[in-house]
Design a protein around this ligand. Structure first.
Ligand code: 3PG
Length: 213
């Protein structure tokens, strides 16, 4: 049994790529998750940005075997409880406020805070979170920023998200402190709106096949 604090690294490290999905229509949840699972990307971040998101997490949990729908865009302790009630196996945030870190540290849902700077990272580490989202990754320095973070924080693992693209995947995965890379480009909103599940599945397959070993 994986403990609450070990889960983010176990799940994300195995996934390596985490599509960020925005689900506007509840009936898109299951086919979208199925397409990603079939494409080799079972772990997805379902952004709590739409009215359908929380219910979508439950639908995916119930109907798509092997899918791991992490609740994303968790900004407040209230969002964290929405994620837990939705049945999400884990929650992810782009921020590391003290209110959110404390709520997550006292709760039972595995959690990954978001940081962009060394001081934000220290706040997260102080609360016991050693696996963090690096957001917005490209705007805050891209792979070079995490290369620099390795010396002072060798025990921290990052999931860069925000402006990532396929072109930089080799550079991210060459770093010893990258657990996985996240991004919405793996499930573009226009393809989701069109219900083009084949395009999403095929891109996922192609990108997974090209991942550095
Ligand atoms: C996030 O919340 O992590 C970002 O919106 C994802 O960024 P991207 O759209 O640039 O991939």
């Amino acid at each position: 049994m994986i403990s609450q604090s070990e889960m983010p690294l176990a799940v994300l490290g195995a996934a390596r790529l985490v599509p960020l999905v925005t689900i506007e229509r509840l009936d898109h949840a299951v086919p979208l998750a199925q397409a990603l699972v079939e494409g080799g990307l079972p772990v997805m971040e379902v952004a709590l940005r739409t009215p359908a998101a929380a219910q979508a997490i439950g639908e995916i949990q119930r109907h798509v075997p092997h899918a791991v729908p992490i609740a994303g865009n968790v900004l407040t302790p209230h969002d964290l409880s929405i994620a837990a009630h939705a049945g999400a196996p884990m929650a992810v945030s782009p921020v590391a406020t003290s209110a959110l870190l404390e709520a997550a540290a006292h709760g039972s849902l595995p959690f990954m805070p978001g940081v962009a700077t060394p001081s934000e990272l220290m706040l997260a580490v102080t609360q016991g979170f050693h696996v963090v989202k690096f957001f917005p990754a490209m705007a805050f320095g891209g792979p070079e920023a995490l290369r620099a973070m390795y010396a002072p924080f060798p025990h921290v693992r990052f999931v860069p998200t925000g402006g990532t693209r396929e072109a930089e995947l080799d550079a991210w995965f060459a770093l010893p402190n990258v657990a996985a890379v996240g991004g919405s480009w793996l499930a573009p909103i226009d393809e989701v709106r069109r219900g083009d599940w084949g395009a999403i599945r095929d891109r996922a397959r192609a990108v997974v096949a090209r991942l550095p070993k």
